[in-house]
Design a protein. Structure first.
Length: 251
């Protein structure tokens, strides 16, 4: 009410205090505030790793690192975000459903980063039209037309690669308030390199995978010195038997 409510209460002789529990209140509406203040969706990243930071073995095997209780919560997270984003590598490797699989819970919009439009036509992600496929000028145009004829939206950029900042700008225009990123190391790394991360859900299981060729959670360019590392704030923890979930914010 832009202060008018406070004014009326004070005029009525009622004591009014403002600014109490500000941080807590902002967390309750974190996506809303980010959307309107930063003019982009609120970005949360989710990944599950072994104790040594691996999300898959050297052969690409990743099922399952965490236990069933942890995986159930990971699926439930999709129900609180407006969209879920992955890269084409995850689609090809895992063929994920990307839905909440919960009765009465609406599935989020599925966003797939697929520069060359390599998505298999029998992918679970294509089971209905609640999907946005993001491609570049390198995309197979015949395949693009076929998908569009099926009612599937394809967002094409006339560039060599997909700009995350441009994508978030377009998602903002579409009034997509929040995005849960579930991509592999390349997609997660890109968001970290661009410093486009607001919240992190890091699941961890007490197993060791090892191997230089095993897949790590966050790829990309990374940082040069430890002082450049992103330090999470307001960190909380949840346990699922011997699995641990760390939840933190970048600011």
């Amino acid at each position: 009410m832009n202060g008018m409510g406070i004014k009326k209460l004070k005029e009525a002789g009622i004591d009014v205090e403002v600014g109490m529990l500000t941080d807590e209140a902002r967390r309750v509406n974190e996506a809303f505030f980010t959307f309107h203040e930063k003019k982009r969706p609120f970005i949360a990243l989710k990944f599950a790793t072994s104790l040594d930071g691996k999300i898959a073995t050297k052969t690409g095997d990743s099922k399952w690192i965490t236990n069933e209780k942890a995986r159930n919560l990971a699926r439930q997270l999709r129900g609180i975000y407006q969209s879920v984003l992955i890269g084409i590598g995850t689609v090809i490797a895992d063929n994920p459903h990307l839905g909440t699989k919960q009765k009465g819970k609406k599935d989020p919009l599925r966003i797939v980063l697929d520069s060359k439009l390599r998505i298999p036509l029998d992918s679970l992600a294509l089971r209905d039209n609640n999907i946005l496929i993001v491609v570049t000028k390198a995309a197979d145009q015949n395949k693009k037309e076929r998908l569009q004829n099926q009612g599937i939206e394809v967002l094409e950029y006339e560039t060599e690669s997909i700009s995350l900042r441009k994508l978030l700008e377009d998602l903002y225009k579409r009034e997509i308030i929040s995005v849960l990123v579930e991509g592999g190391e390349s997609v997660l790394g890109s968001f970290f390199d661009e410093r486009l991360v607001d919240k992190v859900y890091a699941f961890q299981a007490p197993i060791l995978i090892g191997g230089k060729k095993a897949v790590t959670a966050i790829g990309g360019e990374g940082i040069s010195t430890i002082t450049e590392a992103i330090k999470l704030k307001h960190v909380t923890f949840k346990r699922f038997e011997d699995n641990l979930l760390s939840i933190g914010y970048t600011n």
